[in-house]
Design a protein around this ligand. Structure first.
Ligand SMILES: Cc1ncc(COP(=O)(O)O)c(C=O)c1O
Length: 345
């Protein structure tokens, strides 16, 4: 192994191990990941490893502070509520999402966040669920919700001409080429008939379509150009059924993989939904993710299920609050605050 390492360093040594960071990767590993001695771990991108100082900090916090059920008014409850609020702000900041425009809903992972979007999206028979072929299974799962409401599902490949972007700088639909796979629809294929005839019946402006793509594919490592967000929302991508034909588009970015290294900047790429998963960033806690949702998108979703021990959402009747907290999560959320500095690693 030592020999392979020498060969590797000879070839890539200049770029290896965060050369510009205060501590290189070898130093970090020796000091903060002592348990790895003598082992090789090749899945850090799939499931990041928690560091030992991080866990010591988490244990210190949980054993020296008293966190109660965040759904009530005692001091211990308020301490937990403060942590949850702080965690929510940190997550929004990580995505450069203004709290004025976006909400952060904690979930049990990226899959649960995607399922929530699929369940609550305002599908109609005229809707289209379009997704890139390179996608996680959990994104494909949304297809079932769309099809069950009579919508059309459509897989596409997106090719990008990187040379063109270099020359022109600004995003343009010409940079991307969309190739469609066949439409899927239960009980008749209205969308494809419409598209093929070229004589499209006008669909109500209030018809909603969803486009989903990963910021980074966890299988191929391909990073998608986030300029797609604006082009899709404006109905400006060649090959996309036009806005007049199809109503309006919302865009979902699956950032579960990409957010560990490059969280989408929502101020620049204003997607309607972004999902993420925290074990891919911090390693611990597992079973915790988030749906970052634009306020306008949240107001369009159909509430299907009330959960958690909060009475407030029932009274206030705002969509996002009904998914606000579950009792299982709040201690994990305290850990997000402890791990907050890892957002900046
Ligand atoms: C791109 C992508 N999306 C979604 C998921 C699912 O995430 P979770 O395990 O939080 O449900 C993963 C996990 O590997 C992923 O890499």
């Amino acid at each position: 192994m030592e020999q392979s390492r020498e060969e590797f360093l000879e070839q890539f040594g200049g770029d290896y191990g965060y050369p510009d960071a205060p501590r290189g990767v070898d130093q970090m590993r020796a000091a903060d990941f002592k348990r790895l001695q003598g082992t090789v771990y090749l899945d850090h991108a799939g499931a990041a490893l928690y560091s030992e100082p991080q866990m010591a900090d988490v244990v210190k916090d949980l054993t020296s502070n008293f966190y109660g059920n965040p759904h009530s008014q005692s001091d211990s409850s308020m301490a937990a509520t403060d942590q949850v609020t702080a965690a929510r702000h940190q997550v929004l900041k990580y995505f450069n999402a203004s709290p004025r425009d976006y909400k952060c809903i904690f979930t049990s992972g990226a899959t649960a966040a995607l399922k929530l979007v699929g369940e609550c999206f305002p599908w109609s028979r005229e809707s289209c669920y379009m997704y890139t072929m390179e996608n996680h299974n959990s994104v494909l799962g949304i297809r079932e919700y769309a099809l069950s409401k009579g919508a059309t599902a459509l897989a596409v490949d997106i090719e990008e001409d990187k040379g063109l972007e270099k020359n022109h700088g600004s995003p343009s639909s010409g940079l991307f080429k969309i190739s469609r796979h066949s439409n899927q629809r239960r009980g008749g294929d209205v969308l494809s008939q419409n598209c093929q005839n070229g004589s499209l019946s006008t669909v109500s402006e209030n018809n909603w379509n969803l486009f989903a793509f990963p910021s980074e594919c966890n299988f191929s490592g391909q990073k998608f150009n986030l300029n797609l967000v604006k082009l899709i929302k404006e109905g400006n991508l060649v090959g996309l059924p036009s806005q007049q034909q199809q109503g309006q588009w919302m865009v979902l970015i699956d950032a579960a993989k990409g957010c560990a290294t490059e969280p989408p900047n929502l101020d620049v790429y204003p997607a309607d939904f972004v999902v993420c998963s925290f074990y891919k960033i911090f390693g611990y806690p597992t079973g915790l993710g988030a749906l970052i949702i634009k306020n306008e998108a949240a107001s369009l979703l159909n509430k299907t299920y009330f959960s958690g021990g909060f009475v407030l959402p029932y009274l206030i009747s705002m969509f996002y609050l009904s998914y606000n907290l579950s009792l299982i999560l709040f201690l994990n959320l305290c850990n997000i605050c402890r791990n907050g500095s890892c957002f900046n690693c």
